[in-house]
Ligand binder design. Structure first.
Ligand SMILES: *Cc1c(COP(=O)(O)O)cnc(C)c1O
Ligand SMILES: [Zn+2]
Length: 431
């Protein structure tokens, strides 16, 4: 493989393309100073420490992409392979993506919305949207020749990395905070990775993993492969636009942890617009975080342009990142799109989970509870109007965070007799 040192690489057109299709990726590019880097396992600019992002040859993509070309593709996120930084033909693919976009009439009626949709990403192969980012990252790890993948996880990433590593036949080292929900620990461990439970917060785990990444030749999906990994979230934006008949929604309501998902949904919609696949994007991007960990939302509400790290204390553990890597970019997208933000009180999170389950038959995890209760507050505040097309992004599955709603579920226990049944029902005035 041709190695091209950091700064000296102005352009990557010098890299060999045969035998190894670089898709339509031209380089990694610093988001701050725009210096270009080769397509390698790198994530930080050596000069300004800005994060690197994948750059594409959009002119070349424009010549081959079309609504028709996309709709003929597989019923997975890989139908958008032309806009992903890997060779989609060899993707490590558990059939992630192309999840249902459901019209939510019952919940809409309750909230006062005539045009509400739920993007149900909780039905992905490992039951969260993380399968989108991980499918890209593990594919890229194989292309780079790694045999071991790793991650620092708030929970869902753990399961997704472990599952995709199993499929790819790679070794996996998964680092999680010790206080994670049972469903997430088991939901990762079952795939057979080396599961390391760390006494500390996600931010502590992430700091440890950054050190490990400097010392071991592993593909850390959200550290040294982060530029590729993060691109996977764009497919949520693409899908929603395609499923709405090739147009962007008026409103997107999204949960934020690192802020990458939020930033990339916005980016994905704009890529489709710039490629002429959808009309002008006027989507307002609304940010929701739990009150116990809302560094991005709080910065927005305080009119600040910097993110003050917090010590998370929330039941929405998948969103418990106190020092969000993409916080500043999420904040920019939020401001640019004229979105609003909501920090959802901790005692409304489980209520949001219950509300979505009871009205739409979808059991989401605590992050989804944040989205639904956040949506309710945004409508009450007048940020979303009745007739406007609104999509709430449900990113994870409730079976992984049963602790949050256990106390709200009360089976009626009876003897196996008609008499016992009728007595129990009459007691509760259910018959
Ligand atoms: C990771 C995660 C998020 C947030 O993703 P970021 O890209 O880190 O902002 C949202 N919802 C769920 C269920 C997650 O697991
Ligand atoms: Zn830079």
């Amino acid at each position: 493989m041709l190695r091209v040192g950091g700064v000296r690489t102005r352009s990557l057109h010098v890299l060999p393309r045969k035998g190894y299709r670089l898709a339509y990726v031209t380089a990694l590019k610093c988001r701050e100073c725009e210096r270009e880097y080769p397509v390698e396992p790198l994530n930080v600019c050596e000069f300004c420490f800005g994060p690197l992002e994948v750059a594409y040859d959009y002119e070349a993509i424009r010549k081959v992409i079309s609504r028709e070309q996309i709709s003929k593709g597989p019923q997975t996120m890989w139908r958008y392979a032309l806009l992903l930084p890997v060779d989609g033909e060899n993707a490590v693919d558990l059939h992630g993506g192309f999840t249902p976009l459901l019209k939510a009439n019952n919940l809409g009626k309750l909230l006062g919305l005539d045009n509400l949709y739920i993007k149900n990403d909780s039905v992905n192969p490992s039951f969260s949207f993380k399968d989108r980012v991980v499918s890209v990252a593990i594919t890229k790890a194989l292309e780079f020749g790694f045999d071991t993948v790793a991650c620092a996880s708030t929970g869902n990433l753990a399961g997704s990395v472990a599952a995709h590593a199993a499929k790819a036949g790679m070794k996996a080292l998964i680092f999680i905070p010790a206080d994670l929900e049972r469903g997430k620990v088991v939901g990762a461990g079952v795939y057979g990775p080396t599961l390391v439970s760390v006494h500390g917060s996600y931010d502590d785990v992430n700091r440890l993993c950054s050190e490990l990444a400097d010392n071991y030749h592993w593909a850390f999906v959200n550290i040294n492969l982060r530029p590729y990994y993060a691109e996977g979230s764009k497919t949520l934006g693409y899908e929603v636009a395609e499923q709405l008949g090739w147009r962007a929604p008026d409103h997107a309501v999204v949960p934020l942890a690192s802020g990458a998902l939020f930033t990339k949904i916005w980016k994905g919609l704009h890529e489709l617009q710039d490629l002429g696949l959808i009309p002008t994007v006027k989507t307002r991007m609304h940010a929701t975080q739990p009150a116990g960990c809302a560094p991005i939302v709080d910065a927005f509400l305080n009119g600040s342009r910097i993110i003050r790290p917090v010590r998370p204390n929330t039941i929405a553990k998948s969103l418990a990142i106190g020092n969000p890597a993409d916080g500043i970019y999420a904040l920019r997208a939020l401001v640019q799109s004229q979105g609003a933000a909501c920090n959802v009180p901790e005692d409304e999170i489980a209520e949001g989970v219950k509300l979505l389950a009871e009205t739409e038959g979808i059991f989401t995890e605590t992050a989804g509870g944040v989205v639904i209760s956040g949506l309710k507050r945004l409508v009450q505040a007048g940020a979303i109007k009745r007739d406007e097309l609104t999509v709430a992004f449900i990113t994870g599955n409730g079976l992984k965070t049963q602790e949050a709603v256990e106390g709200m579920v009360h089976p009626i226990t009876i003897e196996p007799t008609m008499k016992s049944f009728q007595a129990a029902m009459e007691d509760r005035q259910l018959l």
